[in-house]
Design a protein around this ligand. Structure first.
Ligand code: MG
Length: 261
């Protein structure tokens, strides 16, 4: 199994910001939405997710089964997402600040790139969306006409139980001779493999949502900074990029705040 080509690195960047898409940049998980409304439904989805958490199954195979239960054309999936998915209220300001200050923002997702691009072009405009870097899985149209009436996911790392092993987007940055400061933001199971490799890890904790990433970080003792929206992330990233605080100081501050709770 071959997978998708390796993305180019930003070799001269002093800082890079990698982020999960679903539930981190977006207000809700787009794959869950598709599976729950157009596929096997929430009960079956949760049952499969449970098996991933206990180690009975892996993410790649469960997600494949969930996607296979969606029997509608790919274009209908894309349209459903465009109608229902919104961005984190602080994301656009954060993104444009990073762009203006030379900090690459890279979306690292276990979803499919065309779906992400479709939502971004709907919410941020086609021109901007075309420029945003996305490292994700892809889609292949399998109906005889190639119109997308039938389709399947194309894994970035088919040999990995994650399907897309996000650590492989971060580790090459750690290995650069002039290595940048690495930020990562995430919320879920698909982010676990990346969590340990960032210099500053942000875990999203939305009201009423149980964050698997946060639970994992606490259990494993991985330093992290909680956030509710990208407005908070922007404050911390600004401090580091402008030299007002180190990543260690940001983490220490977050740990102090957490100890008080
Ligand atoms: Mg997520």
């Amino acid at each position: 199994m071959s997978g998708l080509p390796r993305p180019e690195l930003h070799k001269d960047a002093k800082f890079v910001f990698l982020s999960d898409w679903d539930g981190t940049i977006t207000d809700r998980d787009s794959n869950d939405l598709l599976i729950d409304t157009l596929g096997m439904g929430p009960d079956n989805r949760r049952a499969l997710n449970g098996k991933v958490v206990t180690g009975e199954g892996n993410f790649r195979d469960s997600f494949s089964a969930m996607l296979a239960s969606i029997k509608v054309p790919f274009a209908q999936c894309t349209e459903t997402l465009r109608q229902n998915i919104r961005l984190d209220p602080g994301f656009e300001e954060f993104y444009y600040w990073c762009k203006a200050h030379g900090v690459p923002v890279i979306i690292v997702s276990s979803g499919m790139a065309p779906n992400i691009r479709a939502v971004l072009s709907h919410l941020m405009g086609e021109e901007e969306a075309a420029q945003i870097e996305i490292i994700a899985n892809d889609v292949r149209f399998t109906d005889p006409e190639g119109k997308g009436d039938e389709w399947e996911i194309v894994w970035r790392h088919p040999e990995s139980g994650f399907g897309h092993d996000k650590s492989q987007s971060i580790i090459p940055y750690r290995e650069l001779a002039q290595r940048p400061t690495i930020f990562f933001a995430g919320d879920g199971v698909s982010d676990l493999s990346a969590a340990r490799h960032a210099d500053l890890l942000f875990t999203k904790v939305a009201p009423g949502v149980d964050s698997d990433l946060l639970k994992y970080c606490k259990r494993e003792g991985i330093p992290h900074v909680r956030f509710a929206t990208f407005k908070e992330i922007l404050e911390d990233v600004k401090k580091v990029v402008e030299g007002q605080a180190t990543t260690q100081e940001i983490i220490a501050e977050a740990e102090k705040a957490e100890a008080k709770n």
